[in-house]
Design a protein around this ligand. Structure first.
Ligand code: NAD
Ligand code: TYD
Length: 350
C-alpha cells in the first residue's frame, strides 16, 4: 500500500484530493497543513477517522518539522498543494505568498530530495513529486487564443509571480538533481468546501443573505472554470501516469465572464432558494482589482490526448451541484462564516 503525502490537504482543492484518495484508492494519506485561515478540518470529517488518513499540523517552511514528517511517514509520492491562494490578499499583503509559495516549496523540495536519495530500487524509481500550480503563471490573454504548456510565463500578480517562482524551482530540481517531478497548471476551480472569499462561494452566500454581489470593474473579465472533483481526478491521473519532467495544463473548456457567472448563480438561487428573488437585483459594480488579468483560457488537449483525462461536469451541472451544496451544508457554512471552524480545530488538537 502506497503512502501519499499531501500538502495543503485542509484547503479547498487539497481536501477534495484527500477525500478522493481515501474513498477511491487504497493509498495511505498524510495531510501536511499549517491550518492558516484557509485550512479547515471540518472539510475532512467524512474521512478523518479512516485508519489510512493521518494529519500533521506542520508549516512547510519549517525544515526540521518537514524532515521529521518524511522520516516518520516514508512517503512514496508528494502532492504539493499548500499555498497562499487568493489574488486579492496577495495585493494587500504579499509577504506570506513569498514565504509559503516560494520558500515553502524550496523547503519541501530539499526534504523530498533527501528522502528520495535515501530510497533504493523500485521505491526510488517510482517516487514522484507532483507540484500543483495555476494557469495564472502565464499572465493574461487577449480576446483569442489559449494557454498551452509552451506558453511563456508572464505572471502579473504577487500570487501568480510566487507560483511561477515555485514552478521554476520544481523544474530546476528536476533538471539539476534529476528529481522525479510532474507539474500541473490548472484553471479556476469551483465546488463544495470553497472558502467564501473567492468569487463563486462569496456570491452564493451573499445572495442567500441579501447582501450586495460585488463585481469588479465591468464584470467582463473571463475565467475558465473547472469543477473541483474533476481537478482532483486529473491530479490523480497525472500522479499515476504523467511523464516525469513534463507539465500538464488542466482546464474545463468553460470560459465565462464574471457577470455571466454571477447571473447564473442568481438564476439557480431564484429556483432553489426563492426567498429574495430576483437575486440579480443585488449585483453591485465595485472598483476594479489592481492589475486585473483580463482573460484566462486553458488548452487541455495534452492531458486529454496523452493521459485520457476529460472533465465529467459541464459548468451548468457543476454550478447547480455547488449552489445546492451551499444551501444544504449549513453547518459547514456557519462554521466558516462565524470563524468557529478555527476554534473547532484548536479543540480537536488541544
Ligand atoms: P486554499 O487556500 O483553499 O488552501 C491552501 C491550504 O494550504 C490551506 O489548507 C492552508 O492551511 C495550507 N497552507 C497555507 N500555507 C501553508 C504553509 N506554510 N504550510 C502548510 N500548509 C499551508 O487553496 P486551494 O484553492 O485549495 O489551492 C490549492 C493549490 O492549488 C494551490 O497551490 C493553488 O495555487 C493551486 N490552484 C488553485 C486554483 C483555484 O482555483 N483555487 C486553481 C489552480 C491551482
Ligand atoms: P477569484 O475567485 O478571486 O479568483 P482569481 O482571481 O484567482 O481568478 O476571482 C475570480 C474573478 O472574479 C476575478 O476576475 C476577480 C473577480 N471577482 C469579482 O468580480 N468580485 C469579487 O468579489 C471577487 C472575490 C472576485
Amino acid at each position: 500500500m502506497k503512502t501519499i503525502l499531501i500538502t495543503g490537504g485542509a484547503g479547498f482543492i487539497g481536501s477534495a484530493v484527500v477525500r478522493q484518495m481515501i474513498n477511491e484508492t487504497d493509498y495511505k494519506v498524510v495531510n501536511v497543513d499549517k491550518l492558516t485561515y484557509a485550512g479547515n478540518l471540518q472539510s475532512l470529517v467524512s474521512v478523518s477517522n479512516n485508519p489510512r488518513y493521518k494529519f500533521e499540523q506542520v508549516d512547510i517552511c519549517d525544515a526540521a518539522e518537514v524532515s521529521r514528517v518524511f522520516r516518520e511517514h516514508q512517503p512514496d509520492a508528494i502532492m504539493h498543494l499548500a499555498a497562499e491562494s487568493h489574488v486579492d490578499r496577495s495585493i494587500t499583503g504579499p509577504a506570506d505568498f513569498i514565504q509559503t509559495n516560494i520558500v515553502g516549496t524550496y523547503t519541501l523540495l530539499e526534504a523530498a530530495r533527501a528522502h528520495w536519495n535515501s530510497l533504493e530500487g523500485e521505491r526510488k524509481a517510482n517516487f514522484r513529486f507532483h507540484h500543483i500550480s495555476t494557469d495564472e503563471v502565464y499572465g493574461s490573454l487577449g480576446d483569442a487564443g489559449f494557454f498551452t504548456e509552451d506558453t511563456a510565463y508572464e505572471p502579473n500578480s504577487p500570487y501568480s509571480a510566487s507560483k511561477a517562482s515555485s514552478d521554476h524551482l520544481v523544474r530546476a530540481w528536476h533538471h539539476t538533481y534529476g528529481m522525479p517531478v510532474v507539474t500541473t497548471n490548472c484553471s479556476n476551480n469551483y465546488g463544495p468546501y470553497h472558502f467564501p472569499e473567492k468569487l463563486i462561494p462569496l456570491v452564493i452566500l451573499n445572495a442567500v443573505n441579501g447582501k450586495p454581489l460585488p463585481i469588479y470593474g465591468k464584470g467582463d473579465n473571463i475565467r475558465d472554470w473547472l469543477y473541483v472533483d474533476d481537478h482532483a481526478r486529473a491530479l490523480r491521473t497525472v500522479l499515476e501516469t504523467g511523464k516525469l519532467g513534463e507539465t500538464y495544463n488542466i482546464g474545463g473548456w468553460n470560459e465565462k465572464t464574471n457577470l455571466e457567472v454571477v447571473q447564473a448563480i442568481c438564476v439557480l438561487l431564484d429556483e432553489l432558494h426563492p426567498q429574495g428573488a430576483p437575486h440579480a437585483n443585488l449585483i453591485t459594480y465595485v472598483a476594479d482589482r489592481a492589475g486585473h488579468d483580463k482573460r484566462y483560457a486553458i488548452d487541455a488537449t495534452k492531458i486529454a490526448d496523452d493521459l485520457g483525462w476529460k472533465p465529467q461536469e459541464t459548468f451548468e451541472t457543476g454550478l447547480r451541484k455547488t449552489v445546492a451544496w451551499y444551501l444544504e451544508n449549513t453547518d459547514w457554512v456557519k462554521g466558516v462564516t462565524s470563524g468557529e471552524y478555527q476554534n473547532w480545530i484548536k479543540k480537536q488538537y488541544a
